[in-house]
Design a protein. Structure first.
Length: 296
């Protein structure tokens, strides 16, 4: 069987929804987002985005989307294969098609994200040419207008950058943070991006006689339950006291925005996860894994 990989069309929706609803049938509490976004994906395809399906005998049996995030970084998401066609090479065919598409647009590295519990997705990604890169978790400190950091926290992108570049968090995360334009993608956090965020949103630098932590807000997003979230591309800190000041600054910032909750990307290390828990920042139930592929 040789699948045909082609750009997705609006009329593929019924096929895609049918298999997307079966992909995680062994996890009844997990709802796939693909049925909600497929039409938007097709309509918004353009120079920096391509959504493809793997067609078998006239039926769409696989899905993948490629995004060009920066001049050299690509992101791959939504990789799904109908359960009846697993092991038939559809995922590999779609990824190879998407690799070639982003290469033609200058990408030298491609990444994707897989939930840590998704054994099939992890195996499929490695088989398609991705290598494990890093892991992160989302923290969700609740907005609190009364939160008052014990240590000064300033909107200082230069200090935040200096801390980030030498931090263990940056090393663990391979320099990645949430992309400001794609809510489920990660890209390299640069000095220029931090300065833009300081002007357009806010950057936090915890400074109590030397910078010991940083974070940056990328904007607001709609959450999965219809709530409004303030999103922070990354949070990094030196110790528990710094974590307390950083998360208090985030709580107060989110309250000033009048949002319902927050989403802060933190490194999936024992220290960062434990210290975030110690300062009462609610944590996601599981980490997420990022895998990368050399496209050169």
């Amino acid at each position: 069987m040789t699948p045909t990989v082609r750009q997705a069309r609006a009329e593929d929706r019924d096929d895609v929804v049918a298999f997307a609803e079966q992909v995680w049938r062994d996890r009844p509490d997990t709802v796939d987002y693909i049925p909600d976004v497929f039409t938007d994906w097709v309509e918004s395809d353009g120079p920096d985005q391509r959504t493809v399906v793997a067609e078998v005998d006239g039926t769409a049996a696989g899905l993948c989307q490629a995004l060009r995030l920066t001049g050299h970084e690509a992101w791959f998401q939504g990789m799904r294969v109908a359960p009846d066609y697993r092991g038939e090479g559809l995922g590999l065919a779609m990824v190879e098609h998407c690799f070639e598409w982003v290469r033609d647009r200058g990408a030298t590295v491609g990444r994707n994200m897989v939930f840590s519990w998704n054994d099939a997705g992890l195996g499929q990604s490695v088989a398609a040419g991705f290598e494990p890169d890093t892991a992160f978790r989302f923290a969700h400190p609740a907005p609190d207008a009364g939160a008052d950091p014990d240590t000064p926290v300033e909107n200082d992108p230069a200090a935040a950058w200096s801390y980030w570049t030498a931090s263990g968090a940056r090393t663990h995360l391979s320099g990645l943070a949430l992309d400001p334009d794609q809510p489920w993608a990660l890209s390299e956090l640069t000095r220029e991006r931090l300065h833009r965020l300081a002007d357009d949103e806010t950057v936090f630098a915890v400074n109590g006689g030397g910078t010991s932590g940083m974070a940056c807000r990328t904007g607001e997003r709609d959450g999965p339950d219809g709530d409004r979230l303030a999103e922070y591309a990354v949070g990094a800190w030196e110790d528990r006291n710094t974590a307390a000041a950083l998360f208090d600054a985030i709580r107060a910032d989110a309250a000033a925005l009048d949002v319902d909750g927050t989403r802060v990307l933190i490194p999936e290390t024992p220290r960062h996860v434990a210290e975030a828990a110690a300062v009462r920042a609610e944590l996601a139930d599981w980490p997420d894994f990022v895998l990368s592929a050399d496209l050169t």
